[in-house]
Design a protein around this ligand. Sequence first.
Ligand code: COA
Length: 200
Amino acid sequence: MTEDIRTAGDEQDAETVRELAWRSKSVGLAALDTDDAEFMHHWRSDPIAAHHLGIWPRSLAAVRERIERDTEDDDRDDFLILSPNGTPVGYVALTGQNMIDGTAEVELMLAAEHRGHGHATAALDAVVDLAFGELPMYRLTAETHTDNATALAVLARSGFTQEGISRAACLHRGRRHDLAVFSLLRPEWEELNRPRAWDA
Ligand SMILES: CC(C)(COP(=O)(O)OP(=O)(O)OC[C@H]1O[C@@H](n2cnc3c(N)ncnc32)[C@H](O)[C@@H]1OP(=O)(O)O)[C@@H](O)C(=O)NCCC(=O)NCCS
């Protein structure tokens, strides 16, 4: 399914129309492109994102190269999240896709200036619907620091269950952090009483 959305408001000319790979009621998802490297570089530089995702500082060129490499990888799908007026507001990905076991991981990052408007929840719901509605996934997982209250709230609201804690699983700023491990299984998604992305 593909539809068009403008990338930065109604004033944009036709050249900036972005083809959507997936859309829901309140966000669109466009396949991440190397031209999006500047957005990703900027968003990754935000101290909160850097802290919670344990991001290693990278040059713009390195971010671009990474996107290029990831595009070749069949095990993942990376998306730019676009708000209803077409503004790029964040990034969401379905990584580590294992089509035999039906498992994948979800990654999510919102631009600091676009947080708190429900875009993260909408994008997470959208990518979850993609994973269960178009791909044969059975189990999705997500991990975040146990003190990342916003992410814990977003994951819970999208139907994920915290199944455990990976103790001292990551090192950041000289300190070990526990990671909360969340999962959402297909039968649980089927039970969710909310419109699906394709109902938009
Ligand atoms: C986590 C993140 C994606 C959330 O983005 P967002 O745009 O703020 O998310 P949303 O607006 O969809 O939802 C945030 C929800 O968390 C709630 N929330 C925010 N801070 C909270 C807190 N301290 N305790 C409990 N709930 C909190 C908000 O109230 C909101 O719920 P509501 O709409 O019912 O009020 C964003 O903060 C981010 O990119 N963080 C850095 C990277 C990261 O942590 N990624 C997650 C890895 S899984």
